[in-house]
Design a protein around this ligand. Sequence first.
Ligand SMILES: Nc1nc2c(c(=O)[nH]1)N[C@H]1C(S)=C(S)[C@@H](COP(=O)(O)O)O[C@H]1N2
Ligand SMILES: [Mo]
Length: 156
Amino acid sequence: MDLQSPAVGPPDTGVLRIAGEVLAPAALGFHDLRTLPQHERDVAFTCRRSGPRHHSFTGPLLLDVARLAEPALTPLERKERLRFLIALRAADGHRAVLAWAEIDPEFGNASILLGLTRDGRPLDAEGPQLVVPGDACGARNVSRIVEVRIVSYDGE
Ligand SMILES: Nc1nc2c(c(=O)[nH]1)N[C@H]1C(S)=C(S)[C@@H](COP(=O)(O)O)O[C@H]1N2
Ligand SMILES: [Mo]
């Protein structure tokens, strides 16, 4: 990074790292994430602690965000892509793992988002939130995400 260059646009409070088995590891701010196509999803789930919840989110597809970092699995055959997973970590240590196949268009093709707004409110100050439509429990809707790691399972 060129530290001499002036800052362009508003400063990004949160930066999301995309790392792991990717050709182009990235540190993405909300400005970068807003350049991707934005989608809207409603989620309804029940939290064991707070009961029934409903939220509306907007943001890019996790698939489009992951592709910015050029995952090493992109050129692979379908069966080989099944070994990859996506590990997400939040600022408070909450973690969740997805199978790559859940969002791969040739498998689950689930419309999992990285939410940038929740119920009309921008999440810039806290960071993006995973949006998993259809989950009965809200625990995979990880908020304040700081890192997304794409890694392969190499077990025997
Ligand atoms: N970072 C982070 N995200 C999290 C959690 C958490 O502990 N940390 N809890 C999850 C759980 S268990 C639920 S039910 C939902 C609750 O979301 P809400 O209270 O904002 O509706 O957030 C999820 N996302
Ligand atoms: Mo929960």
